[in-house]
Design a protein. Structure first.
Length: 156
């Protein structure tokens, strides 16, 4: 895996997750401008853990690839603190406009639908950006010290 964020302490362990379509490509065509041509666009986003939403942003437009919104790098996003890791926030970014289904203070359960994958913010194509950070402003997706994420017991 290649992580161009690794030079930034907050995003050191960040992942950009895409999905492959029926022809084992991320999109139908070569870098299409239609976000809906990307296999991951409009996929459900499930809470990765039991926890509390600390911050949520919605209402930013889905962008046409490769357009990017540098003023709102995370775009539509959700920040959540997992019960098992107090003080660690999970940031899930570039969500679909109008899809964020949670508000700050809301308790969520692992596996609960909390949004949909889109192409908002500083993103060149639809994907899910996810990272974990400790410390810093709990409402800021760009603050804190990055920590590794585990999926099903294995770290990435």
């Amino acid at each position: 895996m290649i992580n161009y964020h690794n030079v930034d302490g907050t995003h050191r362990y960040a992942l950009g997750i895409a999905r492959l379509g029926p022809y084992r490509t991320r999109a139908a065509g070569l870098y299409p401008r239609d976000p809906g041509a990307y296999a991951i666009f409009d996929d459900r986003l499930y809470s990765p853990c039991d926890g509390t939403v600390t911050h949520a942003v919605d209402g930013l437009p889905n962008l046409v690839p490769p357009e990017s919104d540098r003023e709102h790098p995370a775009g539509n996003h959700i920040i959540l603190e997992c019960d098992d890791y107090p003080g660690v926030k999970i940031v899930m970014a570039h969500l679909m406009n109008g899809s964020v289904a949670v508000k700050p203070g809301r308790r969520v359960r692992a596996g609960e639908t909390i949004g949909r994958v889109g192409n908002s913010g500083s993103s060149t194509e639809p994907h899910l950006h996810i990272h974990a950070a400790k410390g810093g402003d709990p409402a800021s997706p760009l603050d804190g010290a990055g920590v590794p994420i585990t999926f099903g017991g294995g770290s990435w």
